[in-house]
Design a protein around this ligand. Structure first.
Ligand code: GLP
Length: 233
């Protein structure tokens, strides 16, 4: 894992844009994308570039169960608002939050991913170490599946909803194995709330209790963070 530390968020996000541009110029056509507050400044910056995804394919990490693509808190809506309406892809995929058969939907999404291996995967990280919605304890062998969200994850994401009761209790997520198949992974860990869990990953802990620690075994991971070296003890 290559770790790059930034004291300026501006510089961190500029670097993220530069990496994505480079990966694309090097021939990447399939991009795994992520949502969350961490990605908002990144997508805002990408919108200002002349990067063209019109021949690329996108696959999002996760989606809430029970929310339609037009629901303002769905990840489909988030992607439309922050990126796709400005930078359309040839085709963009997310799990269908309204699928009747959730098991079949997860299998269908995993099939798609296996047909089109990801050249690149963008990741945020949850305070408990989750990547996508892979909560602590998820098998490193997991494929796309349905998850019961942890209370702490629902609380962390409640800021986007009017009340905690509106936060879905389930989600679809790519599995750890699905994520690990990507050729290149870029993880952004920004803000103090992410520092403790990032320190565990950087200390090379390798445990299913910290889902992001699977990345320590991936050959091509870049982590961009505002965690400084001296804080890393
Ligand atoms: C959410 C998403 C993750 C995201 C993480 C951090 O629950 N499912 O994909 O990376 O939590 O979100 P944020 O960037 O808002 O802190």
């Amino acid at each position: 894992m290559k770790v790059e530390r930034f004291s300026s968020k501006e510089a961190l996000y500029d670097r993220a844009v530069a990496i994505i541009t480079q990966v694309k110029n090097d021939g990447a056509t399939t991009f795994g994308l992520a949502t969350g507050g961490t990605m908002e400044p990144l997508y805002a910056k990408i919108r200002e570039t002349n990067i063209d995804f019109s021949e690329s394919l996108s696959y999002n990490l996760d989606e809430y169960v029970g929310l339609s693509a037009t629901h303002e808190q769905s990840y489909a809506y988030y992607m439309q608002q922050h990126l796709f309406q400005y930078k359309p892809f040839k085709a963009s995929h997310l799990p269908n939050g309204l699928a009747n058969d959730v098991v079949a939907e997860a299998a269908k999404y995993e099939d798609l991913l296996q047909q089109q291996p990801l050249d690149f995967q963008l990741l945020g990280i949850g305070q408990n170490g989750h990547i996508g919605f892979n909560e602590p304890g998820t098998s490193f062998d997991s494929l796309t599946h349905l998850v019961e969200l942890e209370e702490s994850t629902r609380q962390a994401n409640a800021r986007y909803f009017d009340t905690i009761d509106e936060v879905p209790t389930q989600a679809f997520t790519m599995g750890i194995q699905s994520i690990m198949r990507a050729k290149c992974i870029l993880l952004l860990a920004v803000g103090e709330a992410k520092h403790e869990v990032l320190k565990r990953v950087l200390a090379s802990e390798y445990t299913e209790e910290v889902p992001a620690s699977a990345l320590t075994k991936h050959p091509n991971v870049i982590i961009l963070t505002d965690l400084q070296e001296e804080e890393n003890s």
